[in-house]
Ligand binder design. Sequence first.
Ligand code: TYD
Ligand code: MG
Length: 464
Amino acid sequence: MAKRVQSFACQNCGAVYARWQGRCDACGSWSTVAEEAAVAPLPGGISAARGKKGRIFELEGLVGEAPEAPRVPSGIEELDRVTGGGFVPGSVILLGGDPGIGKSTLLMQASAALALMGERVVYISGEEATGQVRLRADRLGLAKAPVELAAETNVEDIIATLSKGPAPSLVIIDSIQTMWSEGVESAPGTVTQVRGSAQALIRYAKTSGASVILVGHVTKDGQIAGPRVVEHMVDAVASFEGDGAHHFRILRAAKNRFGPTDEIGVFEMTGLGLKQVPNPSALFLEGRDTTSAGTAVFAGMEGTRPMLLEFQALVAPSSLGTPRRAVVGWDPSRLSMVIAVLEAHGGLKLGQHDVYLNVAGGLKVNEPAADLAAAAALVSSFSGQALPADRVFMGEIGLTGALRPIGQIAARLKESAKLGFASAVIPRAGLEAVGKTSLDTHAMGDVADLVAAILSGARRVKQA
Ligand code: TYD
Ligand code: MG
């Protein structure tokens, strides 16, 4: 038995210290460092190998076989898109998200879908009694799916139970924070327990070939609490996002050893569980006000999927010495930059104006290609001139005011045409990538062109 050493670990990020301190040096949070028994060696771990000579293994070259990872698709397309085509046997996924966002609902739907296809699926709930889980399945109309269910929290018991019979295709652990392992002398929910339990479950996945999903709760600041220490141990980290004000939920991969990380899955929470949204653009543009000034549609991309979104701007004279700038769903420093460029190269005087920018629907955009749509919304609000309802905008703005080329422009135009848009404002640079399109394209060189185009529209209306 290893000597028992006391140590202190940050409950937020897992950093370990020799003595107590008020603030964690690693993550900067206060009062999160707590005393814990040092990580006990796991059964069958390094200590078991003590005294034993190492085994000699074969080294291989880079040239050789690289078999495609086999997949178990869930049949839920939006989920399979994020995993990269299905669950990989022996892999572990950490699914994070705010409490109440719908993680258990999503996983119950995925479990039932697999079970109905004849795969063995085990759902371990550490938070809810089996009755509650059954009630949810009933509400989802999935009560008949042959999912094997248990409410357990002890990792050794769980692994022993799972090892009986054929290895399941999918095991759900809801959630990793409720799990505890006897090999770890710490209270459940502590970083040490989470790490120890995760280690045991990951080893189980690798040896049995079962695909395991660990649910992890997220703290206020968006970090997966405790399980942050698990992030580097698992094969994929996905997060389930959304907010209380909207019904749609987004599944996003932050790390994926077996697939892409820029794909998203879009779902809508309904009274009957999560519904897939195969055409998110239509959802995000739903209820759009097409007659007011200050809105512009952006043809964006999420991974390989085009996604149309509405940018809304409000530019109003300010009563404050320092005008207010607020932005929801976009990068505030990007907004400052676009405002500065519009002032310097577009001749707009925004210094005495409050500026608000919002991406409708609650989605977060982080593509530079959105600059042009944001600028168009700002100019439109400033001039009071509504933009044509059937026009989309896409393009990155440089500090010189020039519009820079963007990627995947053909796919963006195709999606816009599909949704009934008739014209697009795009950068003149990179025009050759456009190809054939049914849209009327307005290629512009810089922001001055954009400002002139919108203002001339305003003048025409006034003259008429
Ligand atoms: P849940 O999956 O329990 O969230 P999590 O596991 O992430 O904490 O979902 C919780 C919310 O979803 C709850 O507020 C009720 C709502 N919900 C629906 O709107 N429709 C449904 O069919 C289900 C099952 C839940
Ligand atoms: Mg839950």
